[in-house]
Design a protein around this ligand. Structure first.
Ligand SMILES: [Zn+2]
Length: 497
């Protein structure tokens, strides 16, 4: 068990465990720039698989990809008052375009050339509403140009003080959708459609169950009319905001003069939406499924879905098991599975098992001389369960196992979330719950931001969402669980990442 001990148990220190899982699975590493992250091939492959799946869904719903610049004129950010207030404290600025040699050595060898100071500094995009809507103003003239449905895959920079691999990094990767619509109803439909896509993506691909709903005023996006979110619960019973979709109203349209001529000939401002998910989802995937042996990756997003481990003692046995291994690999690849045959001489089978377990490979097939003689392979599921599989029809059997594992992970995560949820809380129950284990607490909410702030101050819990009908308790709460005034909606609170 020497290798497994490199991972701190979850029960001992969840945060250490999380970092250990990432390091052991070689998903990411710390960069020389504090707060930034290097995504290693194993982690980047998961992101590529996520991108491919979500990009297909975004395109299937009528959106096109485009690309806008990394740099935004500083003045653009200032055009929408709430937006600038929300992002001002975390933007990186480009002020010079050249360095100059000083004649000194070391770090002081170069300095920004004062003659290259930009007249107007450029902001490194923390999000792209401003530059995209400045372009929309050029492209949209008539109602015939609407809706305009764009998305871009890119990096953004938000200067964070406290960072964690994947969950909060100064630079991160994401997709940001930006759309323009003729009226409020169409923008609202769009924001909702995307929320539904995010939910399906999260549940069908990451096997990460989410609650959907609307954010309170204090938690909504800077400059938005309404923010919708998908919220997941991690194994340590802390919430993770996994994706957001904003109805921006006409705030940005007015700031950037995005107007169109209606069929009747009037000038109207468009309605915008924006929406995004980030590399944070990889953190969500890790914290939803993994265990003390390392990463557990849902099969649909696993870089390697099946690893074949041949077992031999003599050269004669080696030749036989490798021949069968190659054949099985061909069968599985032919069925569209991502497969590796681990024929390394340098490692014993047990060491290979540990390594692939830590990397989260869903299914291992062991092929030894006795298996070859019996016309089978021994299958071992990540997370438990061993059974012999006949070599005849092994691709179909492996595919079925992976499908079962995919839905099993979602079911387990959903059960865990429900076991970590309480409904109809009173104030004293709430305080106890948040002090003790935490989780999702459902209760009445007065809608007052001051009450919300008091709850946060005392318990560190925030309203994750005012949940959609599907997630609400059978009986609507009558009073705010904190202050006792009439409830405007049921809310879901949790301590969050
Ligand atoms: Zn209240």
């Amino acid at each position: 068990m020497a290798q497994a001990q490199k991972i701190t148990p979850r029960a001992q220190d969840f945060s250490e465990w999380y970092n250990d899982v990432i390091m052991q699975a070689e998903l990411a590493d710390y960069s020389p720039v504090r707060g930034c992250m290097v995504i290693r091939p194993n982690g980047y492959r998961i992101w590529e698989l996520m991108q491919r799946a979500l990009d297909d869904m975004i395109k299937a719903s009528g959106h096109q990809n485009a690309y806008f610049p990394l740099f935004i004129p500083q003045s653009f950010l200032a055009k929408e008052a709430e937006h600038v207030e929300g992002f001002a404290k975390e933007v990186a600025l480009v002020t010079h375009t050249r360095l100059k040699a000083t004649g000194k050595t070391g770090a002081a060898a170069v300095t920004p050339d004062p003659e290259s100071a930009l007249e107007e500094p450029l902001v490194v995009r923390p999000t792209s509403e401003t530059i995209i809507y400045a372009m929309f103003a050029k492209w949209i003239q008539s109602y015939r140009d609407l809706p305009l449905l764009l998305n871009q895959w890119c990096n953004v920079v938000r200067w964070e003080r406290r960072t964690r691999l994947f969950l909060r990094t100064t630079e991160f990767l994401w997709q940001e959708g930006h759309t323009a619509h003729a009226d409020e109803a169409d923008a609202e439909r769009e924001a909702r459609t995307i929320l539904g896509i995010y939910r399906s993506f999260s549940e069908d691909w990451l096997a990460m169950p989410v609650i959907t709903g609307v954010k309170t005023e204090s938690e909504r996006f800077a400059g938005a009319l309404r923010t919708y979110a998908i919220e997941a619960l991690m194994q340590d019973r802390k919430a993770l905001q996994a994706g957001t979709s904003h109805n921006l109203g006409q705030n940005f349209a007015k700031a950037f003069e995005v107007q169109y001529q209606t069929a009747a000939g009037d000038q109207e401002y468009v309605w915008n939406t924006s929406w995004g998910v980030t590399t944070r989802l990889i953190g969500g995937l890790i914290m939803t499924h993994s265990d003390d042996f390392g990463l557990i990756c849902p099969p649909r997003l696993a870089p390697v879905q099946v690893v074949l481990v041949p077992i031999w003692k003599s050269d004669d046995e080696r030749a036989k098991v490798l021949e069968v291994g190659e054949r099985v690999r061909g069968d599985l690849q032919g069925a569209g599975l991502r497969v590796t045959l681990d024929a390394r001489d340098s490692l014993k089978p047990g060491a290979k098992y540990f390594e692939w377990e830590a990397r989260g490979v869903p299914l291992r097939l062991e092929i030894g001389p006795k298996d070859v003689a019996a016309g089978q392979a021994m299958s071992a599921r990540r997370g438990g369960g061993k059974a012999p599989l006949p070599l005849a029809g092994i691709a179909a059997a492996a595919t079925q196992i992976l499908d079962e594992m995919q839905s099993g992970l979602l079911g387990t995560a959903r059960e865990r979330r429900e076991a970590a949820s309480i409904r109809g809380v009173t104030k004293s129950q709430f305080i106890e719950f948040m002090k003790d284990k935490g989780g999702f607490a459902y209760g009445g909410f007065c809608g007052d931001a001051a009450c919300e702030a008091a709850i946060k101050e005392e318990t560190a819990a925030t309203v994750r969402v005012l949940p959609d009908p599907e997630f609400r308790s059978p009986e609507a709460p009558a009073t705010c669980m904190w202050c006792g005034r009439p409830s405007i909606a049921e809310a879901v609170w949790a301590q969050a990442y």
